[in-house]
Design a protein around this ligand. Structure first.
Ligand SMILES: CC(C)(COP(=O)(O)OP(=O)(O)OC[C@H]1O[C@@H](n2cnc3c(N)ncnc32)[C@H](O)[C@@H]1OP(=O)(O)O)[C@@H](O)C(=O)NCCC(=O)NCCS
Length: 215
């Protein structure tokens, strides 16, 4: 049978497991759906076994499929490399009520949670997470391993570089055609921020209007 896993049994993984369960219920092939976690706190969660990665690799499998449900983009990338080296295939998770309009390209391994909307002419990289109620408006370009917490409002003509993390309820102002608003690589946008200008790579910004966080 196929072995299918959600990597991560914490909040993110437990939130997406029911979505994966529904998707795989439609599959004709027999499968076994479990959590994989490097530090399991229990052996079971919400009706699914929790295995370490090596235990999971030890199960007999026709094929192995996994989705990395870890919010931190850098951690997600490291786990992707580990799984890819073992020949594991990445599957997408998409809630049944996601809205996707015209000409949207999205890389492998994404998670699109309930009430996510992607409008038209959007390009998104690998292992994107869009949590509950987030949207991406027209003409945005989003890199690899980008994470949207719940309720992110990403307006049109925005570029978000690899590994950026956008906190819950952040609002990102639209850019202009040919002059996008740019959120740099590894930037962090705090929950509730109103982003009106470019955010430099690696910066953490918060507030309205969003400014670099001073500690
Ligand atoms: C911005 C963020 C990354 C900063 O985290 P941090 O570096 O640990 O910062 P701290 O919690 O130590 O806070 C530092 C200061 O910034 C303030 N601050 C933190 N986050 C803020 C935010 N989103 N907006 C405004 N101010 C914020 C704190 O009140 C604190 O101010 P003080 O020094 O005057 O007390 C974090 O607070 C955040 O917003 N993360 C996103 C959370 C989220 O969306 N979770 C979704 C889970 S699904």
């Amino acid at each position: 049978m196929n072995q299918v896993a959600i990597f991560g049994a914490s909040g993110c993984g437990r939130g997406v497991m029911p979505l994966a369960r529904r998707q795989w219920a439609d599959s004709d092939e027999p499968h076994n759906l479990v959590f994989v976690d490097d530090n399991p706190k229990a052996s079971q969660c919400n009706g699914h076994s929790i295995l370490t990665y090596s235990e999971w690799l030890g199960l007999p499998a026709k094929r192995r499929y996994i989705n990395i449900a870890i919010a931190h983009g850098r951690v997600r990338e490291a786990l992707v490399a580990r799984c890819a080296a073992d020949g594991v295939v990445f599957f997408d998770i998409r809630a049944a009520n996601v809205v996707q309009l015209d000409e949207v390209q999205i890389g492998e391994g994404s998670i699109l949670c309930p009430f996510v909307t992607l409008t038209s002419n959007i390009r998104i990289g690998r292992h994107f997470h869009a949590n509950l109620y987030s949207y991406v408006e027209h003409d945005c370009v989003i890199g690899d391993f980008v994470t949207f917490a719940p309720g992110v409002k990403c307006n049109g003509n925005v570029v978000i570089d690899d590994h950026a993390y956008i906190g819950a309820g952040a609002v990102i102002k639209q850019g202009q055609p040919g002059q996008p608003l740019v959120i740099g690589r590894d930037a962090v946008v705090g929950m509730g921020a109103v982003v009106t200008r470019n955010v430099p790579p690696g910066a953490t910004v918060a507030g309205n209007p969003a400014r670099p966080l001073s500690k």
